[in-house]
Ligand binder design. Structure first.
Ligand SMILES: [Zn+2]
Length: 202
């Protein structure tokens, strides 16, 4: 016995056996090609998995050394946080604030806000104010400048490489991965599906 059920095409009336339709695909009529059944992918699982990976990477690029400078017998290790503090200590408070905003505050807020919306939505629940948070989340998107920061780091690395030996730390790789994972997570969210949950199941 084959699986699936019999269904008549609502367009050309051809009676046919419909196989189980995998997620993200559709069953078409064998004769006229019209869509008979569509199985929409569960769009919250992929972004959620990506967001949890992003949380781990966010912790990693803050916890592990960013760069190690070696010159002569001296070795100097910097972390993201200590780097920001050093900028502020050297009188570059505005730059320190900009780096903190782009590297820690905006991505951190984005992560928290995304989880605050997507976790309840995927469980078919509602959290207070989550739809307002979701709207602000879309507004936050243009303020993502981690990529530009990364470019700045690369440029200064090339310049500094003449003065000292520089070893990129775990944080550099984690941050690079974080940029891609966050981009993938944002792309994986279907905003229409989130808004649909607002109205609730009919
Ligand atoms: Zn048909």
């Amino acid at each position: 016995m084959s699986t699936g059920h019999l269904m008549a095409c609502h367009d050309c009336d051809l009676l046919q056996r419909i196989p189980s339709v995998p997620e993200g695909s559709a069953a078409l009529c064998r004769r006229c090609g019209i869509v008979l059944i569509k199985n929409k992918p569960k769009s919250f699982q992929r972004p959620l998995a990506l967001l949890f990976a992003a949380v781990i990477l966010f912790v990693m690029f803050n916890a592990f050394p960013f760069l190690t400078f070696k010159k002569g017998g001296l070795e100097h290790q910097t972390h993201v946080i200590t780097g920001i503090r050093q900028l502020a200590d050297q009188g570059m408070e505005a730059l320190a604030a900009l780096v903190a905003l782009n590297l820690l505050i905006v991505p951190g807020l984005h992560l928290l806000a995304s989880l605050y919306v997507l976790v309840p939505v995927s469980l078919n629940r509602k959290a207070p104010g989550m739809f307002r948070v979701f709207r602000y989340l879309r507004l936050l998107q243009p303020w993502h400048m981690v990529e530009i920061f990364m470019l700045g780091v690369l440029v200064s690395l090339v310049k500094l490489a003449k003065m000292a030996q520089i070893v990129p730390g775990v944080a550099v790789y984690s941050l690079t991965a974080f940029i891609f994972i966050m981009a993938a997570a944002s792309a994986a969210v279907d905003p229409h599906e989130v808004w649909e949950r607002w109205e609730g199941p009919r």
